[in-house]
Each structure stands twice: as C-alpha cells, then as structure tokens.
Design a protein around this ligand. Structure first.
Ligand code: TRP
Length: 339
C-alpha cells in the first residue's frame, strides 16, 4: 500500500526533558509551523511518555510539558489549525505501543544507534522503556496513520523502524492497514551546534548556559550569547567552501540563514570578507528580532498554566477522535476481544 491512499497527515513530537533550545526551534518547531495549512492535517505532540524513559522529577515534568506546549504556541502553532496535545492524555499511544512491542524484533532494537549512544556502557542499568522507546515512537506516528514525519537526522533510523513495524504488521496480519511513513528531513541549520564548540550539538543539558540559546532567553541574553560565541580569527570567506574546517563559523552562518529564511550561500554572498565585529552584531540583531517575541509570549503563557492545560486537553480530545478508531481496528485485526 502506498502513502497516497492515506490522508496527508503530519505527526511530530518533542520531549519535555529540560528546556527548549534554538536547536528545537530551528530544527523542529519552525518547520512544524511551516507545514501547518500546507495541504496536511498537522498533529503535534509533547511526548511526555518518552521523557520518563529516563528519570524526571514529577513536578519538573509537568512544568517542562507546559513549557514545550508554550514553545509550540508562541512560535505559531495554532491550536485551531493543528492538533496540539500531550501524549499522556491519549492512552491509545501506550496501548498501540504494547502491540508494536510484540511486532518489533529484539534484533531490530539492538541496531538502534541512539539507544547505544544513550545507554553506553551502562546498558544493563537503563530502563526497559529506553530500549522500547522506538516502538512507542512508531505507535505515536501510526496511531494517526501519519504519512509524513518532520524530524532531525538523528531520528531518521527511528522512522525507518516505524516503516519496518508497519510493513511487518501488514504482512503478518495480511492487511493494508498502516502506511509506510516518509521522514521529512530537510532545511538548513537542521543541526544547531554548541556556541562554544562547533563540533557538538547544541544541547539543553550542557554545563554552561553560554553554549546554547534557550527559547526562554530574553533579548539581552540572546544578544550577549551571540556576541560572545566562540569563533576563529579569520573573516568570513568568499564561498561556503571556505567554511569547511571552521565549525563555529559555519554554525553561525547556518543559524543566520535559518533565522532569515535564506540559504547559507546567500549569507556568504552578503557578508564575504566581513569580520566578526560586523557579522556577530548583525546575527545578534536578527536573532533578537526573531526570537525575543517568542520568549516574551512563552513567558506570558507560562504565567497562565490553566490556559495551557485547557488547550492541551482540547487537543487530546481531537487527537482521540482519530486515534481511538484506529486502535479499535488494530485490536480487531490482532484478534483482541472487546465485549
Ligand atoms: N524521539 C523523538 C526525539 O527524541 C521524539 C518523538 C517521539 C517523535 N515520538 C515521535 C518525533 C514521533 C516524531 C514522531 O526527538
């Protein structure tokens, strides 16, 4: 069965563990906003059940869940145009996840590079949930028969596993029920790097706050962090090729291009030969212009948690309108009796 027989539907999710960074914004949320109303039904989730695969403080988890929701909303996810909810309020995710645990093979899970990276030498002590994580992710996607999943490069293998699960389910039960979902991986600054070390990904958990831009940073903090970002002494080159072995410089050019919806080539064309004394203030101004309104709106929303909870609750109801019939049919296909 091809995806074309399914309603074009986008699903994606962000984990509420720690705060949101510029990496989440440029790598995910900004693209999610762009897919809204572009011929797709869009379903966006705060994947709290994924967050607890590693320890989360319960009170902080609720705050982090609301913060991700606030980040989506402040960036332009419109709860009328998209379905926006948190995973735990739609119990069908966990139920389909269990069925997929019985479809996926241990050998497939053993090939997941993210698990190997996260578990490291500690593989005996991590939670069983961390190991099964990709099968819950497949359930998130297939519970909505999603045809397209915008994700970063690091999640591509998980979407491929989702396709393997869909194909095996369809084959084992002789049905054409689950679509083979397409990962959507594109755009510049897909991978926003650390401002102090351009070879590392910008992460929410790094030791120094100066190495990342948080989506909650105010205008002064954003400007300060870009002005103090690590660079090398050379000016910007004449061509993009000239940035090859200059990871910090490349990262700042990519961030500029993504924030301003232009190609890195066009940024270089504009700033060829410019020193950092010119480029960094320009980047700081641009970042403040684009990001400060978002952090201001996030702060306003976070001061009204009841409103966020209301939006997520309404989104969960709408999500269940799609999810419940698909789970019901799945149970029927599998032969699980419900009186
Ligand atoms: N695993 C994804 C990440 O770490 C988050 C996620 C969970 C997700 N379920 C999903 C992304 C479904 C896309 C679709 O970023």
């Amino acid at each position: 069965m091809t995806e074309s027989t399914f309603t074009p539907r986008v699903f994606s999710g962000i984990k509420p563990s720690g705060g949101l960074t510029l990496g989440n914004y440029l790598g995910a949320i900004k693209r999610f906003v762009g897919m809204q109303g572009a011929g797709f039904e869009t379903v966006y989730c705060v994947v709290d059940l994924h967050a607890i695969t590693v320890w989360q403080d319960p009170a902080e988890l609720k705050t982090a869940t609301r913060e991700v929701a606030a980040g989506y909303l402040a960036s332009g996810i419109d709860p009328e145009k998209s379905i926006l909810f948190n995973q735990a309020q739609v119990h069908e995710h966990a139920e389909l996840g269990w069925i997929f645990n019985c479809v996926a093979r241990v050998g497939w899970m053993n090939r997941m590079t993210q698990f190997k990276d996260k578990a490291g030498s500690n593989a005996e002590k991590v939670s069983l949930g961390l190991y099964a994580y990709p099968s819950l992710m497949a359930a998130d996607i297939l519970l909505y028969h999603a045809t397209h999943v915008p994700v970063g490069e690091d999640q591509k293998q998980h979407v491929e596993l989702t396709r393997d699960i869909a194909a095996k389910f369809n084959h084992d039960f002789k049905v054409d029920f689950f679509p083979l979902t397409t990962p959507v991986i594109e755009g510049p600054a897909m991978r926003v790097m650390n401002l102090r070390d351009g070879t590392k990904k910008m992460s929410k958990s790094g030791e120094s706050d100066m190495e990342r831009i948080n989506m909650t940073d105010d205008a002064d903090t954003i400007a300060k962090k870009f002005k103090k970002a690590k660079t090398d002494p050379a000016p910007l080159p004449e061509t993009l090729d000239g940035l090859k072995d200059r990871p910090e410089a490349r990262n700042l050019v990519d961030i500029y291009s993504a924030l301003n919806d232009m190609t890195p080539e066009a940024v270089i064309a504009e700033y060829a030969g410019a020193g950092w004394g010119r480029f960094k203030p320009a980047l700081a101004d641009l970042a403040v212009e684009k990001l400060a309104p978002i952090s201001t709106e996030m702060e306003r929303l976070m001061n009204d948690p009841a409103e966020i909870d209301r939006i997520l609750g309404r989104g969960a109801e709408r999500a269940r309108e799609i999810a419940a019939p698909i789970l019901k049919q799945t149970y029927d296909i599998v032969g699980l009796l419900r009186s």
